[in-house]
Ligand binder design. Sequence first.
Ligand code: KIV
Ligand code: ZN
Length: 539
Amino acid sequence: MSDAGYVRIFDTTLRDGEQSPGATMTSKEKLEVAKTLSRLGVDVIEAGFPAASPDDLRAVKSIAETVGVDPVQGRRGDALPVVCGLARAAKGDLDKCWEAVSPAKRPRIHTFLATSPIHREHKLRMSKAEVVAKVTEMVGYARSLCEDVEFSPEDAGRTEMDFLYEVLAAAIEAGATTLNIPDTVGYTLPHEFGERIRLLKENVPGIEKAVISVHCHNDLGLATANSLSGVLNGARQVEVAINGIGERAGNTSLEEIVMALHTRHALLGLDTGIDTTQLTRASKLVSKVTGMVVQPNKAIVGANAFAHEAGIHQDGMLKNEETYEIMRPETVGAARTQLVLGKHSGRHAFGARLTELGYPLEGDALQKAFARFKVLADKKKRITDADLVALVSDELYKPVEYVTLEGLQVACGSMGLPTATVRLRDAEGEEHVIAKVGTGPVDAVFKAIDELCEVDLELLEYTVQSVTEGIDALGEVSVRVRPKGEGAASKMNPQREGEEVRVYHGHGTDTDIIQASAKAYLSALNRLMAAREAARKAA
Ligand code: KIV
Ligand code: ZN
């Protein structure tokens, strides 16, 4: 494969993606996502923004020390991914970034400075000359630390072309090896964005020494189209996020770009290093750990992406699948549900299937997952791959548990007030029980949990989906909550003073959706408590 036809996939799920409201991930979850990205075959993992907080720095460093050093099981080829960190164009940020990424065998510093008139005048209060001087100084400093330096002129989509030529030439001169062109606010149209890349290629002195990259936001729903247009005009790196998550309407979605290049290979002749069969799994993992549910009609990874409802389509599909399918579900790892295991399956078969699915559990973790599998197999005859993934990932990505669910009973229907009795155990092992009424059984459960934990949470989002089809399917509940008001600290609710009002997500799976709802709500609450605990320690 010639380098000219190779499009590098730079994944920013852990940085720009994590900037989506409520998508905060724990360090453990970030590491798990990084392993999945490496297995998927991405060229660059933007692991975070180390100067944002000590926690962010630690998370990037731990990715650099692991995924950046040892190949993960299942990654194709020998090349390790580049581990990259983002830094503002400031010495302090660059030092922290270098501290975090330097343990990786292939570290990269990505630094940025806004260049558009509106950012220069209102945000930076800097003249054009000052911007150029800062770029020269800070890219040069980054290059003195690291051989691989990426520079982004933030809001390039709205920057005067002549000024972009000047800034990018200065960045190359100072040692930038990749020039990333962000459409930060998702403003451009595909033909315009492509034209910008073509003009940069033609007019920036020394640009042939650098890789041109594109980073498009989806405010007008054009991120994938704009990125493709950039590639068609010479960009050879695309910045993407799994499921297209990111600031506001998100980033270009990794799976869309990869499958566009793959499906239209005959026309475009461009390749990526992505193992497309891992796309669905990566999408599910990111959805789970960020709490950002994938819309059913989302291209490539939505639940309906390969579903055919209309009779005329079904008839066509039976005659020849290509009548209505431009990609095979297997190609993106979305094989149609298969019956894999049942009540009589043993631990060995269970463990082997999990390993095949990319969850190589051992020892205690395998034992616990197997015990959960047996409980599920008693309730559900046909255990599919999707059930297995839901079962183990619930356990793997559980936040630290300050409060656990010990028991739950609800009474509901049209004959009385929906009532929930909830029993929780706190971090010191003490049990707390309460009964509450609500507008429905889920409301009653959430009210009971709120009262026991002395919290007042605003429920921003509640979704329930079935993992597979059938009356005995597992229900997957996702919630997003935000603390409202203030209250006294307590054992169950350690700290609230001065806390940043953030959105927390939670996820729960069970054949009983009320139980799944309680698990999801408690998982969000445990994330909130972990954040309070971290704030208390940092204070
Ligand atoms: O959207 C943007 O401009 C960014 C830069 C930091 C690359 O995310
Ligand atoms: Zn961005």
